[in-house]
Design a protein around this ligand. Structure first.
Ligand SMILES: Cc1cc2nc3c(=O)[nH]c(=O)nc-3n(C[C@H](O)[C@H](O)[C@H](O)COP(=O)(O)OP(=O)(O)OC[C@H]3O[C@@H](n4cnc5c(N)ncnc54)[C@H](O)[C@@H]3O)c2cc1C
Length: 386
């Protein structure tokens, strides 16, 4: 067993940590208030090579392994979780399936502008009536000559309106269930893609989320991912991978909340001494520290396993479940440590508490993660590590 990180991993972590402390953390609160999408910050992230991190160099990416990517997401989220979600989405749910299921021609055509950060990407899975039960989606596709035409409504799409390239799931015939669903790469810069007004969200308010109408949206036949009918398999494999990014985002939010709580507990005095010296507060911080470390190492191990052969559904769901639930607990406790000031928008913990909330919801709710783990357990005799 070796818990050491490689030089490249440490270099990425340290570089993104300083970038986040200098460029993300200071404006996170005011962007949360204004909802402004930080275009300039994305230019800088692109220049640092953070918008195509695991995409191979042959297609313009940085070709890094997943742990370096998770370090980057964790550190970005520690500075500003709104930025982290947009970075995670363009890297993982958009570029990853294209790298793994796209044809060589498609990869050469669409990946360079995504990986360089010239454009942002995203994914369109969710619909107004299909969230956890993705296979019940209603967006349809039909073939006309050398193109597919997509029609339907997608909901909750991150980077809608600011991104150009989206992986989209649609069905050719709902009566075929999951087998009727295919995955496509859609260029959103066309009249058939109509982005609705931005959602007014509880948190992550400077990231853009909106519903999207597809009205005869055109997709060249060459933009099909994998085979026709393989859409659900592709989406599930993508989520197995991308959930690690949401786990990393949760770790970053939790770390920021713990940082804030620790600093406050050392400086705030009640009953004649800093509150950290009251055992109830000190022990609370100790629990936060221990739980965060457990979630962190479960996530890193899941990332390590994801680079070995075999399905990673269970380990990736474990990491997402534990990291997101832990982030919610830690953010709530950080508010408690701040007393009344934790309830004020003047203090970062108020924002962190709202940001943590979504991590148990998107890319599969905690209930969905438990379903994935329980399904895997049915096939096991023992859960002891091999
Ligand atoms: C900020 C934000 C950004 C998002 N970005 C994207 C994006 O870029 N692309 C995209 O496609 N989607 C995106 N989503 C959508 C997100 O993935 C879904 O909201 C999520 O999968 C849950 O689906 P739902 O909202 O329809 O909830 P539902 O599926 O309706 O679930 C409602 C509740 O019922 C529970 N539930 C449902 N089925 C079961 C069951 N069988 N057993 C037990 N409990 C169950 C759920 O856990 C949940 O608590 C985003 C959402 C948010 C909030």
């Amino acid at each position: 067993m070796d818990f050491d990180f490689s030089e490249q991993q440490k270099m990425v972590r340290d570089m993104v940590r300083s970038f986040a402390a200098e460029k993300l953390r200071p404006g996170a609160g005011s962007r949360d208030e204004s909802g402004e999408f930080p275009v300039e910050i994305f230019r800088e992230l692109a220049a640092l090579g953070l918008l195509g991190m695991t995409t191979p160099e042959a297609y313009g990416g940085a070709g890094m392994e997943i742990l370096a990517y998770l370090f980057a997401i964790e550190e970005i989220a520690r500075g500003d979780a709104s930025v982290a979600v947009a970075v995670s989405v363009t890297n993982s749910v958009c570029q990853w399936p294209i790298v793994h299921f796209g044809s060589e021609e498609l990869k050469r055509r669409v990946l360079p502008e995504l990986a360089s950060g010239e454009v942002l990407g995203g994914i369109m899975l969710t619909e107004p009536g299909a969230g956890s039960d993705l296979a019940s989606l209603r967006t349809t596709y039909r073939r006309e000559g050398d193109r597919f035409l997509l029609n339907g409504a997608k909901a909750w799409i991150t980077n809608a309106g600011v991104g150009a390239t989206f992986v989209v799931l649609a069905t050719r015939d709902r009566s075929q269930g999951a087998k009727g669903i295919s995955a496509f790469v859609l260029d959103a810069r066309q009249p058939g893609v109509v982005v609705q007004p931005r959602e007014k969200k509880m948190g992550l308010r400077s990231s853009v989320t909106a519903a999207v109408m597809l009205e005869d949206a055109e997709v060249p036949v060459a933009n099909l991912l994998g085979e026709e009918g393989a859409g659900m398999k592709i989406a599930l494999a993508t989520l197995d991978h991308s959930r690690l990014g949401i786990a990393a985002q949760a770790l970053g939010i939790a770390q920021a909340a713990l940082d804030e709580a620790l600093a406050y507990a050392k400086q705030r005095e009640q009953f004649g001494r800093p509150i950290i010296e009251h055992e109830a507060v000190g022990f609370r911080l100790a629990d936060m520290d221990a739980e965060l470390e457990a979630a962190r190492w479960l996530t890193y191990r899941a990332a390590w396993l994801s680079q070995r052969p075999g399905r990673v559904s269970r380990t990736s769901a474990q990491a997402k479940l534990l990291a997101s639930e832990t982030a919610n607990r830690i953010a709530a406790l950080a508010v408690q440590v701040h007393g009344g000031y934790g309830f004020s928008r003047e203090y970062a913990v108020e924002r962190l508490y709202r940001e943590a909330r979504v991590t148990t919801i998107y890319e599969g709710t905690s209930e969905v993660q438990r379903m994935v783990i329980a399904r895997a357990l049915k096939g096991l005799v023992t859960t002891a590590p091999e």
